[in-house]
Design a protein around this ligand. Structure first.
Ligand SMILES: C[S@@+](CC[C@H](N)C(=O)[O-])C[C@H]1O[C@@H](n2cnc3c(N)ncnc32)[C@H](O)[C@@H]1O
Length: 232
């Protein structure tokens, strides 16, 4: 969908932006986005002990929040952000964090169905190819598992819509796309959207929760219809 509407964000631009953000991230966007991150981690902590993949783990700001019987793997594209995450794991002795890896979310090294829970917080507006990343999140999640996306989704309406449109051309400098409709990530046949929660501040961010259904179930449930369920 709307590829023309989504600003170009190359891998090098992302790396450059987050090399700049890394030293100040926790004190700036880290604070602004705190409520959504906590909401997602709280939900994940309500699940039985799980293998969790955090995509775009950044400085690892969420890592201390996970229950210690969840086993966490974090990946990110930015070496500078990852260095902060590794330092945090070491300093806070987070021994449930199994790996912090430099890896592209659009092309992950994991086997299909490797994780019970896959989460991407404030990442989908940032990645160079959001559709490809969404398909990768689906692939590495096991059938019956969950995918939790926390993100800013843009609107066409009102003052917010016009501000987002005006800001769109600064996407590379900001390191994220102000103009990013939710439908951009509704591309996966085997993901059913089960919950959508507006988040603080001011509902600027949203938590989407998807269940991964078995490919076979999707066909017996009406095949084509299921993909569209996620798109509603
Ligand atoms: C806004 S930060 C979010 C960090 C963290 N999830 C949080 O809640 O604060 C976006 C992160 O996504 C990472 N990122 C962008 N594109 C990526 C990709 N293709 N693969 C992996 N990480 C990526 C960036 O390097 C950055 O650390």
């Amino acid at each position: 969908m709307s590829e023309q509407k989504i600003a170009e964000m190359g891998e090098q631009a992302v790396k450059k932006a987050y090399a700049r953000w890394a030293p100040v991230y926790d004190m700036t966007f880290g604070v602004i986005a705190d409520a959504g991150r906590k909401r997602a981690v709280r939900y994940i902590n309500s699940l039985p002990p799980s293998r969790v993949l955090e995509v775009g783990v950044g400085t690892g700001i969420s890592l201390p929040g996970y229950r210690r019987d969840h086993r966490i793997t974090g990946i990110d594209l930015s070496p500078e952000m990852l260095a902060k995450a590794r330092e945090r794991v070491r300093k806070e002795r987070l021994d449930n964090v199994e790996a912090i890896l430099e890896m592209d979310a659009g092309e992950m090294d994991f086997e299909d169905g490797s994780f019970d829970v896959v989460t991407a917080m404030y990442v989908m507006t940032v990645v160079p190819d959001p559709e490809k990343v969404m398909r990768e999140l689906e692939r590495v999640c096991r059938p019956g598992g969950e995918i939790i996306v926390v993100n800013h989704f843009s609107t066409d309406r009102g003052l917010r819509g016009s501000v987002e449109k005006r800001m769109a051309r600064f996407a590379e400098e900001l390191g994220w796309r102000p103009e990013f409709p939710k439908e951009t990530i509704m591309v996966c046949d085997n993901l059913r959207l089960v919950d959508e929660v507006p988040l603080k501040p001011l509902g600027l961010f949203t938590m989407l929760r998807f269940h991964k259904v078995d490919g076979g179930d999707a066909v017996s449930a009406g095949g084509d219809g299921l993909a569209r369920v996620a798109a509603q």
